[in-house]
Design a protein around this ligand. Structure first.
Ligand code: SF4
Length: 348
């Protein structure tokens, strides 16, 4: 059996590590040539290979279903391209912009909304000239209050390069907030070193948003990685994706949100899945998501309530999908409690 101390990148390596049976190698070869695979040792250790429906495997081990792209699915589901004035920048909202530093990630999630763009290749990192142009764009746009550093996964950069980017952004007076989006604390927690934490903690307020979808992903090592950032004074947020078979039951969702809060990661977004190609087998309906949000609200503290959101296909920003609790009825409002019972709130 292949040792699991290095990242697995091919169906053959997944089979040798015991994560798929040998007969699945041949059907997965065309999937692997279409979409990148990476399963880090930390993720491989979380997978129960004896469970055909393991929620960690569903997220990282490829499936033949990925070759079935539906007619409504699209290569750029949230319309990054139409809001990209220069390579590496997505400026969709007035007060904030994305800075995509790299196309590579420690792991490749099977449902990724940027799956047509991420993966190893020639232009893994933004070139020095492209980075310079992207930073110049941010410097020239005074309305950009927040820069969201993303990718790929920006923590693939060395601490030295992260520190350079941090210091350039911190020198821009109008940029007040830096927010890093990463899966690294889950996928390769040992890379969240004190050196990396120092590199991202500049003179501006810094947030880190951690992508986590199942409570098992918060391993002791992942919790320690989160603690290193939280202890350094960096507020942590979560991003999760609602995924069929992974977290689409209220018990799992509740356990995930409680585990995040306990790890000092504030639940922030629960994303309804985007229309990325070949991901229908992992997508729930919006009605199912809304029912889950109602059930979660009835069971768990307000600290455990993320915003349930959808990036409107085509690049029209985010929509809030949580059901509204208030409806106007004549001269009062009908307001629903967590159990769904309606109460009156008079209009003076
Ligand atoms: S880590 Fe993020 S960008 Fe990378 S594959 Fe997963 S969802 Fe996509």
């Amino acid at each position: 059996m292949l040792d699991r101390r290095r990242t697995l990148r091919t169906p053959e390596e997944l089979a040798a590590a015991g994560l798929i049976p040998p007969e699945r190698v041949a059907p997965l070869v065309p999937v692997a040539s279409r979409y990148s695979i990476a399963v880090t040792p930390a993720i491989a250790d979380l997978i129960d290979a004896g469970d055909a429906n393991d929620p960690i495997a569903l997220q990282f081990v490829p499936s033949e279903a990925e070759l079935d792209a539906g007619p409504h699915e699209r290569a750029d589901p949230i319309g990054d391209d139409r809001h990209s004035p220069v390579p590496g920048i997505v400026h969709r909202y007035c007060d904030r912009a994305l800075l995509k530093l790299t196309h590579v990630c420690p792991v490749y999630c099977r449902f990724c909304f940027r799956r047509e763009m991420v993966g190893p290749g020639e232009d893994q990192m933004l070139s020095p000239a492209a980075l310079e142009a992207a930073l110049s764009y941010i410097a020239a746009h005074d309305e950009i209050w927040e820069v969201i550093l993303t990718g790929g996964d920006p923590f693939m950069l060395s601490p030295r390069r992260l520190a350079q980017v941090t210091s350039r952004l911190c020198a821009m007076a109008h940029v007040k907030i830096l927010r890093w989006h990463t899966r690294m604390p889950i996928a390769e927690p040992e890379r969240i070193t004190d050196e990396l934490v120092r590199a991202i903690r500049g003179a501006k307020t810094t947030y880190v948003s951690v992508h986590v979808n199942h409570p098992r992903e918060l391993s002791p090592a992942a919790r320690s990685a989160a603690a290193r950032m939280a202890d350094a004074g960096i507020p942590l947020l979560s991003q999760s994706v609602l995924l069929k078979g992974v977290n689409d039951d209220v018990e799992t969702l509740e356990a995930l949100m409680r585990a995040l809060v306990e790890a000092r990661i504030q639940p922030y977004y629960l994303h309804h899945m985007d229309l990325a190609p070949g991901t229908a087998h992992l997508r729930t309906t919006i009605a199912e998501g809304q029912a889950l949000m109602r059930a979660l609200r009835a069971r768990a503290s307000g600290l455990c309530q993320p915003h349930y959101v959808l990036d409107i296909p085509g690049g029209y920003a985010k929509a809030l999908l949580a059901p509204c609790d208030a409806e106007r009825e004549g001269h009062s409002w009908r307001v629903r409690d967590a159990e769904g019972t309606a109460h009156d709130y008079p209009i003076p």
